[in-house]
Design a protein around this ligand. Structure first.
Ligand code: ADP
Length: 502
């Protein structure tokens, strides 16, 4: 993360520097170009003034045909340190007069002749290792000229001079150096400023956040970011703090939940042990008492009033015995004896027994059994016990009458096949607040209930890798769904389950 934000800052810096260099560079080049143009224009103006001066100086001498004086003027002017030469050449390319007397009669420099022939007034060229501005003025024939020249000669000659550009070049060099220096300083100052801002306001807080994130990643949820500025990164730090707060709360809740679950499991384990012990202690004396009371009951005549009291005691002893048996089952369920079982068969047998139950009278019973269900590998007695308990609960929930619907089907989920038994009743249903509790041992809403039935069901299905679901809406009955894996022989031994309500 730290490397990542260093790379980000580097990228932003490179981008900024490039933009600055291109932007300021273009601006500087544009101004340099203008400055150069200006300096050359000034040189051209000076040369122009000089050329006019020479023109005027030789005008009289030319009118009077005094060529000697013309030569003297040219030589005088040509002595100036900034001038290379001053000359008059014939349009045919011959030098007529020149401040360099040796060039008189020689062919004029081709570049000067070219300027004239192209009709251009000035041009720049290099000679004697120096740069010169050549500027020309055409001498045309006038009325005074016919004394020495032919009447049809329109152009009598070309007056030209070579002005040195060394000073202009020097000024240009100084200006360029000044521009380049100031541009460089500007770029350096701007880059330094931007880097400082980026490092202080972006890289530092981001680096701090990245460090804290690593600490959180390693499990330290006590860390919090201190927002350095009230900007987007400050908001990010606050968001980070809120996120860590939430994480810490979630972890606390999870720990509490885990702790409760452990406590619950512990309690269940001890309850199971205690229940088994108590059930053992109760069952043997109960058997003795029951046998004794039966003997007593036989001693009374049929119409003896005391016989009905004794028989009622026998019923209560039978109920106590069932509770003790349930406790034993819950505390130490017997090892399942697996075999291939046809679930439709098992449903049929269970419903037959349930039909004998006193509460079955008012209830309409319906059965929808799926064809060709694969056999399941289960302990038939235990699964029948589960189904029987759920059916009896349903019947008891419909004391005032209703409909019991038992259905079987083959269900496929996550590439696995499950044989399903659904037991639906039209009783009062289960209130949402009891959803969690009904599978807890000893939770019962019945005066004669033990609250162990569904807890035992869940335990037995665990042994079969089966699942138990419950759906219910108050006033609309309850649906209990048992799912058993339709796996090949032996694969559904204990190892995990999903029992609960939806
Ligand atoms: P018991 O039947 O001894 O009460 P169970 O564990 O079998 O114990 O059931 C626990 C509780 O679940 C019942 O007391 C009842 O309140 C609720 N219950 C179970 N089945 C149904 C049902 N079909 N309709 C309404 N309530 C039910």
């Amino acid at each position: 993360m730290k490397n990542a934000d260093v790379r980000l800052i580097t990228r932003i810096l490179i981008f900024n520097v490039t933009l600055l260099v291109v932007g300021i560079g273009t601006f500087t080049l544009f101004h340099l170009q203008r400055e150069r143009q200006h300096l050359f224009d000034v040189s051209r103006q000076h040369a122009d003034v000089l050329l006019s001066t020479v023109e005027r100086s030789i005008a009289n001498a030319m009118c009077t045909g005094n060529t000697e004086e013309v030569q003297i003027v040219l030589e005088l002017v040509g002595n100036s340190p900034h001038l290379r030469k001053v000359q008059i050449f014939h349009p045919d390319g011959r030098v007529l007069r020149s401040s360099r007397a040796t060039e008189i009669g020689q062919p004029v420099d081709v570049r000067d002749l070219q300027l004239f022939r192209n009709g251009e007034r000035d041009g720049i060229f290099v000679a004697d290792n120096e740069e010169w501005l050549s500027i020309q003025s055409v001498i045309r024939s006038g009325s005074a000229c016919i004394v020495c020249h032919e009447a049809d000669e329109e152009v009598l000659g070309v007056l030209g001079l070579h002005v040195s550009l060394a000073e202009t070049r020097e000024q240009l060099r100084a200006t360029t150096a000044l521009f380049a220096g100031s541009t460089l300083i500007m770029v350096v100052v701007l880059v330094a400023g931007i880097s400082w801002v980026l490092l202080r306001f972006v890289q530092r807080p981001l680096g701090q956040l990245a460090g804290l994130m690593t600490q959180v990643e390693q499990g330290d949820l006590a860390v919090r970011a201190k927002p350095l500025h009230n900007d987007e990164i400050g908001q990010l730090a606050l968001g980070f703090n809120a996120m860590v707060d939430n994480l810490e709360n979630a972890r606390k809740q999870l720990q509490d939940y885990h702790f409760q679950q452990m406590e619950h499991a512990d309690r269940l384990a001890s309850v199971g042990e205690m229940a088994t012990g108590v059930a053992h202690e109760i069952k043997n004396p109960l058997a003795g008492i029951s046998a004794a009371i039966e003997v007593l009951s036989e001693a009374f005549d049929r119409d003896d009033e005391r016989k009905s009291v004794v028989d009622e005691v026998l019923v209560q002893i039978a109920r106590l015995n069932k509770t003790a048996t349930d406790l034993l089952h819950f505390g130490r369920p017997g090892r399942p004896e697996f075999s291939h079982v046809d679930i439709n068969d098992l449903v049929g047998r269970t419903l037959f027994f349930a039909d004998q139950h006193p509460e079955a009278g008012n209830v309409e019973r319906r059965k929808s059994l799926a064809d060709a269900l694969p056999p399941v590998w289960v302990d038939a007695k235990q699964i029948q016990q589960v189904l029987f308990n759920i059916v009896i609960n349903a019947l008891q929930a419909m004391e005032q009458g209703g409909t019991l619907h038992v259905a079987t089907e083959l269900h496929e989920q996550d590439g696995r096949q499950w044989v399903r038994i659904r037991v639906a009743d039209s009783g009062p249903g289960i209130p949402p607040e009891a959803f969690e509790q009904i599978f807890t041992p000893f939770f019962t809403t019945k005066s004669q209930g033990t609250g162990l039935g569904l807890a035992i069901c869940r335990r037995l299905l665990e042994e079969h890798r089966g699942r138990l679901f419950m759906e219910s809406r108050p006033g609309q009955g309850a649906v209990f769904t048992i799912e058993l894996p339709a796996d090949p022989v032996g694969n559904n031994a204990k190892g995990g389950d999903d029992c609960g309500q939806t």
